[in-house]
Design a binder for this molecule. Structure first.
Ligand code: G6P
Length: 362
């Protein structure tokens, strides 16, 4: 059944607002009262047997995979690769001896991802589909399924499915890490952190007027824009740039902030928007220097910074959570900036040109 838009002008805004509850729902479904993950034993056994994880996905789900890989590596100490489905399908890289495949797909119907799953099944490798749609094709055809419980996502531009995919991967990485006795996983209180994330998301979505103002000031009349960051922040830069491209038709790029100076900085002109995401202590100073470099060339800089790392003059302050989960908060301003840019251009936010919610052709 199609969800009701209620009083919202567009589904996208409703779905952005639903994110705090999606975090709480995942916590309820996948964590017990003590905060321990509730994950099927067979799935955990299969994950433990793997020497490497391969996350395969398209679009926004691919971006959620980039964050997930860092979670599996840091919490469960298992090497993890992330691949774009349409590439992997016809250019399969050399695999480790015991690969395990994780398909991230909101719809469970993406043809590019299904093509990879068919190949994986032919090779008899174990797989997990993480999807929002029960009984979807990829959920039926994989060895295991975990559901996102995000509720129907109607807007073409994905928001709550992205944050749900990251939160569920965090829970799964914690479960695997505990199962293989990784101290980082044992010490990671995912239940408490997801509760902090949910509250943090709520405080961000309650600041809509602020994001509309930033969108109008920096993004409404620009032909292009850059989002920059390092590590987790780079992964979120890619996703927030995609959001802006999809619904506002601004040419936007997510960039590793240190790489900008190796070529792309040539594109910076007076008033080019450069949005810096800063949530990681070890690279905060470096990204700040990169922002100064572009500001010196005329860029209009916007900063999205974790409270504990904030300085005078920062534009958006994010509540502090565990550094491994900051993507769940730093993406929200990017979603809202894209939304308000599209809205103020008078575009159809939910149904951008040339795009489909679920792409069932390769
Ligand atoms: C389409 C949608 C994107 C989505 C991608 C992957 O291109 O427009 O928003 O991220 O498919 O979809 P999936 O359902 O596999 O996550």
């Amino acid at each position: 059944a199609q969800a009701d838009k209620g009083t919202y002008p567009f589904y996208m805004l409703k779905e952005i607002d639903e994110q705090p509850n999606v975090m709480r729902k995942l916590s309820q479904v996948y964590l017990n009262d003590a905060g321990d993950p509730i994950i099927n034993d067979d799935l955990l056994t299969a994950l433990k047997a793997a020497d490497r994880l391969y996350i395969v996905a398209a679009g926004t789900s691919y971006h959620a995979g980039l964050v997930g890989a860092k979670l599996f590596e840091s919490l469960a100490n298992v090497p993890t690769e992330v691949h774009v489905s349409s590439e992997f399908a016809y250019n399969q890289p050399l695999l480790s001896s015991h690969p395990f495949f994780i398909f991230l797909t909101q719809s469970g119907e993406t043809a590019d991802s299904r093509e990879v799953l068919l190949n994986v099944n032919d090779q008899h490798f174990p797989s997990l589909t993480i999807t929002n749609v029960p009984n979807s094709t990829l959920s039926r055809e994989a060895t295991y399924t975990l559901l996102l419980h995000a509720g129907p996502e109607i807007a073409v531009a994905s928001t709550k499915a992205y944050t749900a995919q990251i939160a569920l991967q965090a829970i799964l990485a914690k479960a695997l890490g505990v199962a293989v006795d990784q101290p980082a996983a044992t010490a990671f209180d995912v239940k408490q952190q997801l509760a902090l994330v949910a509250n943090g998301m709520q405080s961000l979505v309650d600041e809509k007027a602020t994001f509309e103002k930033i969108a109008k000031g920096a993004l409404l009349n620009t032909p292009n824009a850059f989002y920059i960051g390092r590590g987790f922040d780079y992964a979120v830069s890619l996703e927030t740039a995609l959001k802006l491209k999809e619904i506002s038709y601004v040419q936007a790029e997510g960039f590793a902030s240190g790489e900008l100076k190796h070529g792309t900085i040539a594109l910076i002109e007076k008033d080019t928007p450069v949005i810096g995401i800063i949530t990681q202590k070890n690279t905060a100073g470096l990204t700040r220097s990169n922002l100064q470099e572009v500001a010196a060339r005329g860029a209009k800089t916007v900063t999205i910074v974790t409270d504990s790392l904030a300085k005078d003059g920062d534009t958006v302050i994010l509540p502090t959570v565990d550094e491994r989960l900051t993507a769940l908060l730093s993406v929200v301003p990017g979603q809202l900036l894209a939304y308000y840019t599209s809205l103020n251009k008078g575009l159809d936010v939910d149904k951008p040109r040339n795009l489909a919610k679920s792409v069932t052709v390769e």
